[in-house]
Ligand binder design. Structure first.
Ligand SMILES: *[C@@H]1O[C@H](CO)[C@@H](O)[C@H](O)[C@H]1NC(C)=O
Ligand SMILES: *[C@@H]1O[C@H](CO)[C@@H](O)[C@H](O)[C@H]1NC(C)=O
Ligand SMILES: *[C@@H]1O[C@H](CO)[C@@H](O)[C@H](O)[C@H]1NC(C)=O
Ligand SMILES: *[C@@H]1O[C@H](CO)[C@@H](O)[C@H](O)[C@H]1NC(C)=O
Length: 741
């Protein structure tokens, strides 16, 4: 077999200049096009060409005589899916772990460059589904259980992607939080919970100027998300928050008639034909868009509005001039077929960025470091000092190269985890597994005994008496649907256990090696009842980091990169500590009542005084940081008031490092908010002994609750407390202020 040879395409890094139009100008152009269109042409723009005729995962019908191309939609949130020559970026949950607007934005730009380089018009992401339950199958595609962190992740990603002229698609609206029964389960939630938790990141997407939003498979309050005027209509949540773009259905998420969907606020249906259940309603010959428009069930004004909204996003991002056409074929993800031009959109800059994000998202949970004298090399714990380790072991299936397909076949679980499975998975073509990266950094300095399976006896034999044993363990999850059930997990995980007896592997190895370092790759929280074991000198939570898995991790383990990642969720051994459940068994589509309301993750544990194993926002560094001098102030300009908190962070340790300073807010008691909520974070790079002043500004919405009576964001009256610190449990500074009437 000949090796694949890719053209060296510079598309990804050049020719991305375009002129961003205002919405007004974009709508003028869109409306001008719409008035010239026939009904067939209009319907063709609102309907995908069908899943198996589609070159991308979704394509609209072009209107060539008006210069309107087919619009190409492609998965997914962490890289271009179903093609070769792309970067497998760190997943959303890892991007969240960086708590870095800079890296979230840079990741968005790089994603945008690769989607553009492949000729994709619409990046199907970011996902911003709240991780309502830690076992939720697709939680890793998004930014965790906190709405503020999801909102910032969504905002920066969208601004980044759209900055190179690629449309983003905020998904999945709304309350799409488990895989079991997803095609019809009803998420039943009150107005305040919807606005403050589940819709909140979509509002940040609107702030970012997102051109499209995807409605979800599930129902909300009994009505399909794609046929839900309370969500999508002109008086619904999105439009009331200023959404200017179009709503596209999740693939096959239209369950009702064309007129019902269109009149409720759906603009586009994808992929345009029948898929899984439902779908294909717009192109139905009897009840589809055209008959409904002819009979007046869809007014001509509404039909034109739908088409205008789709085209406005395309014009706004300048996709009408010089936009590359697709050069790949999602139907042949292996590069075969006559349509694949085998264009590589990878670059050394993207690889370096992916690797940096892996390092920045790696969370150091425990480090019982022992050094040879003060400031001497490390004998136990991290960073590993190569001079002190002569014999070491690498143990666990998760250290080795996975199978290369994390889509339908899901062989990607047979090795290290870089991504969950399903449509949010990305390319594993260039994965560098931990064992390769460790072997490279260790070189001749030590002998490495390998046991790259989870066989307990083999692992013990490899680790016994070694100066160091690094144990790799994991847990995975993914998407239901056309995708495989993995190890009995139907998308959602069945429990919080490590897979393949990972917990036992850790305990058995730790019993024979007094310098055991545990690395966890997982799509979400896992149990770690062994974390206090005396022989476990360090624990690293590495998430689902994408293709640069090994190199980014080794930079942290061997001290080239000082860890600064933070948990974007709480780790607790007990599932009941999370206060929500996945509904696995049901006679027909279940009603899922969000009775926990605002109390998710740390908010629930705070309310019930449940101690976490490792708390939200937690993560260690090889240095230490001190906080001082908190001050707060209100400023007002253009009728908008901003509340600013200022404080100083100092690197009080002995190596350069980055602190993630976090701001949690306590509302006045009368507001009935959770005890503390995340409302700000800032990465602070500090040399040894250096101090920097940090400012975190909160705008009006960030100081507000959703007021159901007035249907608006209202700052409650009374005394607020600002908590500033290194995690939700490690508060270093507090200050109170009173809101003004
Ligand atoms: C769902 O129903 C609840 C309870 O009646 C209501 O508060 C909420 O606004 C509804 N949400 C939507 C999107 O219809
Ligand atoms: C793309 O790669 C595939 C798989 O190696 C090959 O069959 C095909 O001919 C290539 N296409 C082009 C245009 O080079
Ligand atoms: C740890 O294990 C190493 C290697 O077996 C041994 O040399 C050392 O004495 C042990 N240290 C302790 C404190 O048990
Ligand atoms: C720690 O490891 C040593 C071997 O280095 C072993 O003798 C000891 O029993 C282990 N301790 C525990 C608590 O398992």
């Amino acid at each position: 077999m000949p090796r694949l040879i890719f053209c060296l395409a510079l598309l990804a890094t050049s020719a991305t200049a375009f002129t961003l139009r205002s919405w007004t100008d974009a709508y003028t152009l869109a409306n001008n096009a719409v008035v010239q269109m026939t009904l067939d042409e209009k319907a063709g723009i609102l309907t995908g060409v069908g899943q198996f005729s589609s070159r991308c995962v979704g394509d609209t019908h072009p209107v060539s005589r008006l210069g309107i191309s087919s619009i190409c939609f492609q998965d997914g949130p962490a890289g271009v899916r179903a093609t070769k020559g792309v970067t497998g970026f760190p997943t959303g949950i890892n991007a969240a772990s960086t708590f870095s607007r800079r890296l979230l934005r840079a990741r968005g730009v790089a994603l945008g460059e690769e989607f553009r380089g492949k000729g994709v018009n619409v990046y199907l992401g970011p996902a911003m589904d709240i991780m309502r339950n830690p076992k939720g199958g697709r939680g890793w595609e998004s930014f965790g259980p906190d709405p503020y962190l999801n909102g910032e992740g969504a905002f920066e990603t969208i601004v980044g992607v759209q900055s190179v002229g690629v449309q983003a698609c905020a998904k999945h609206f709304a309350a799409n939080n488990q895989e079991h029964w997803r095609y019809g389960a009803s998420s039943n939630l009150d107005d305040r919970t919807m606005n403050e938790i589940y819709a909140y990141p979509f509002y940040r997407s609107i702030d970012a100027g997102v051109t499209s939003i995807m409605c979800a498979y599930n129902r909300v309050n009994g009505t399909s998300s794609c046929h839900n005027a309370n969500l999508l209509g002109n008086n619904g949540l999105l439009r009331k928050h200023g959404f200017m773009g179009y709503v596209v259905s999740d693939w096959g998420a239209t369950h009702d008639t064309a007129a019902e969907n269109a009149n409720a606020g759906l603009e586009m249906e994808q992929p345009g034909d029948f898929i899984v259940i439902g779908g294909g309603v717009y192109n139905n010959l009897i009840s589809g868009l055209k008959p409904a428009a002819k009979s007046g069930k869809i007014s001509s004004a509404r039909l034109d509005e739908m088409v205008s909204r789709v085209l406005a996003g395309w014009y706004r991002l300048g996709q009408d001039t010089g936009y590359p056409s697709p050069n790949f074929d999602a139907q042949h993800s292996d590069g075969s077929g006559s349509l694949n031009e085998n264009v590589s959109v990878r670059s050394s800059a993207h690889t370096a960025l992916a690797r940096e994000i892996v390092s920045a998202s790696t969370v150091l949970l425990k480090n019982n470091r022992l050094t040879l004298g003060t400031g001497g090399p490390t004998i136990r714990g991290l960073p590993v000092a190569t001079s002190q380790v002569k014999n070491m072991a690498v143990v666990g299936l998760d250290a080795k190269m996975p199978g290369k397909d994390c889509g339908d076949l899901n062989t990607c679980n047979k090795g290290t985890i870089t991504t969950g499975w399903g449509s949010g998975s990305n390319s594993l073509e260039f994965v560098v597994p931990p064992i390769d990266a460790i072997t490279a950094v260790v070189g001749d300095s030590a002998l490495i005994s390998q046991s790259l399976s989870n066989n307990l006896d083999d692992g013990v034999a490899a680790a016994r008496g070694k100066d160091l044993a690094i144990v790799f363990v994991n847990a995975n999850s993914g998407e239901l649907g056309a995708y495989t059930v993995v190890d009995g997990n139907m998308g959602d995980r069945n429990n919080l256990d490590l897979w393949f007896k990972g917990g036992s592997l850790v305990e058995r190895v730790a019993a024979v090696c007094n310098n055991t370092i545990v690395v966890v790759h997982s799509t979400g929280p896992v149990r770690m009842p062994w974390s206090n074991h005396a022989n476990i000198s360090a624990i690293v939570y590495a998430g689902a980091p994408g293709e640069q898995n090994g190199p980014g991790l080794v930079d942290v383990l061997y001290g080239a990169y000082n860890p600064r990642g933070r948990l974007p969720f709480t780790l607790n051994d007990d599932e009941s500590a999370y206060g929500t459940e996945i509904v696995y068994n049901s006679l027909g589509f279940p009603n899922i009542d969000y009775t926990e309301k605002l109390l998710l993750d740390y908010r629930y544990m705070d309310a019930h005084n449940i101690a976490p194993r490792f708390e939200f926002g937690f993560g260690l560094s090889y240095t230490t940081f001190a906080y001082s001098g908190i001050m707060t102030s209100f400023t007002s300009s253009d009728g908008k008031s901003t509340f600013t908190t200022q404080f100083t962070v100092t690197n009080s340790g002995s190596v350069t490092g980055t602190e993630i300073a976090q701001l949690y807010l306590s509302f006045p008691e009368s507001a009935n908010e959770p005890r503390r909520v995340l409302r700000g974070f800032e990465e602070v790079d500090l040399a040894v002994g250096q101090s920097k002043q940090v400012q975190i500004a909160l705008n009006q919405r960030e100081l507000s609750i959703w007021d159901v009576a007035s249907q608006s964001w209202v700052v409650p009256l009374g005394t607020f407390t600002i908590h500033v610190g290194a995690s939700i449990k490690d508060i270093r500074l507090t200050e109170t202020f009173t809101s003004l009437a």
